[in-house]
Design a protein around this ligand. Structure first.
Ligand SMILES: Nc1nc2c(ncn2[C@@H]2O[C@H](COP(=O)(O)OP(=O)(O)OP(=O)(O)O)[C@@H](O)[C@H]2O)c(=O)[nH]1
Ligand SMILES: [Mg+2]
Length: 396
């Protein structure tokens, strides 16, 4: 199982360009709204510092790859159509297509920071990206509200007489969002509401939808098109605006990332995805060199092209996920290789969660874990940390 990251945003912000840069796919990109209609799913990677060098080992990854001590762990990326204000009333392509994001664990909201596209994705000048940030959450909430309303219909259509629990019907209807009846009950009670939906006003339902959306779709903002000066100005202004302090922004240029990866494929540069620098190793024309030097200046100033950084911040910062390596405390490698796996687990995962992630039999037979760095025993309820290397000891 790998994590799923969804790309959202109004049309023409560069979702598909970001998707192509991250996954090296070739889905259509265009400077007009609704270039994308059907969704695409591709394989992207998140970087994790490999633990193998600390143990004087060379890893042999079973999935993804390792480049000079940097592990590239697969994560699924989903590109969908653009969303515009009023989508829940059918504007643009509506919001039905968002069901393609049902199973996304986290969203990256791609925003055109250059201000050169209006709220519907048409070319303009001087548009304030703050408007885009504000409307998108509302549209996502309306999508959740639609599904919540269907859950209420389900609740009301049940037979009379039978004891009904609204959280069960809502959980059933919203199960694709990876929520459950306990969480829904917690949300409803947490808002000071009763579990009788006949007492809910429209704004109560909206509040419930918003809270479930926030919990099940944490979100990060990728400030795209940062290769343009106007975007850099907006970025400085908006990241200094205290109204937006609660959000995580990552400056990005899908164009820069794609150009560098293409140049690397063509043997022109030596570039590791996400790095803040590269070397020119092939023959380049003056024009090409000039373009590359501009990109160099940009990634040097912002610490990278931002595509990798967005995906990693979404998983590891916004969601709080951790990467864990199965290891061997006495340094023995198994026949198939060493440091083959690096698993991404939810925030707060324990030794026991890790054991069950490996296999249900391993979870059932768990005695304890061993932290391979300190060689200390760790209990089954011990909370693991990012980049821990753990051996699981079982009865088997
Ligand atoms: N300067 C610059 N332009 C970009 C960047 N990323 C995308 N663009 C341009 O923005 C336009 C829209 O790009 P798309 O990737 O098609 O945008 P989208 O969000 O997928 O659009 P829809 O599919 O219509 O929702 C294209 O002309 C891209 O070349 C970037 O990082 N920098
Ligand atoms: Mg697109």
């Amino acid at each position: 199982m790998s994590y799923k990251i969804g790309l959202v945003g109004k049309p023409s912000v560069g979702k598909s360009s970001f998707f192509n840069a991250a996954t090296m796919n070739d889905v259509p990109e265009g400077a007009y709204p609704f270039t994308t209609i059907d969704p695409s799913v591709g394989e992207a990677y998140v970087r994790v510092d490999c633990a193998a060098p600390e143990f004087d080992e060379t890893c042999t990854p079973s999935v993804g790859y390792c480049d000079d001590g940097t592990r590239f762990v697969p994560a699924k990326l989903v590109d969908v159509a653009g969303l515009i204000p009023g989508a829940h009333e059918g504007k643009g392509l509506g919001n039905q297509f968002l069901t393609d994001l049902n199973e996304a664990d986290v969203l990256v909201h791609v925003v055109d920071f250059s201000g050169e596209t209006d709220i519907e994705g048409e070319a303009t000048e001087g548009h304030d990206p703050r408007e885009d940030i504000d409307f998108l959450e509302d549209e996502l909430d309306m999508w959740y509200l639609d599904v919540l309303e269907k859950g209420l219909e389900r609740y009301r259509s049940g037979y009379n007489g039978e004891e009904k629990h609204v959280e069960e019907d809502l959980a059933e209807q919203m199960s694709a969002f990876k929520t459950n009846k306990d969480e829904i009950k917690q949300v409803v009670l947490g808002l000071g509401l009763s579990l009788d939906p006949d007492e809910w006003e429209r704004e109560d339902k909206e509040a419930i939808a918003r809270e479930i959306r926030k919990r099940t779709k944490p979100m990060l903002i990728a400030a795209n098109k940062m290769d343009k000066p106007a975007a850099q100005e907006n970025f400085a202004e908006i990241t200094a605006d205290s109204d937006y302090d609660h959000l995580t922004f990552v400056p990005a240029s899908a164009h820069a990332e794609k150009a560098l990866k293409k140049a690397a494929e063509g043997g022109v540069v030596d570039y590791e995805p996400g790095a803040a620098d590269f070397d020119i190793v092939g023959d380049v024309s003056n024009e090409q060199e000039e373009g590359l030097e501009q990109i160099r200046e940009f990634i040097d100033a912002y610490g990278g092209a931002g595509v990798q950084q967005s995906l990693e911040a979404a998983l590891f910062d916004v969601m709080g996920a951790i990467a864990v390596f199965p290891g061997s405390a006495n340094g023995k490698s198994d026949a198939e290789g060493v440091f083959r796996d690096c698993f991404v687990l939810p925030e707060g995962s324990t030794t026991e969660d890790f054991a069950y992630h490996l296999h249900s039999d391993i979870g059932d037979g768990l005695l304890h874990g061993i932290d391979c760095r300190s060689k200390r025993q760790v209990g089954s309820d011990h909370e693991l940390e990012h980049r821990d290397v753990v051996e699981i000891v079982t009865t088997g």
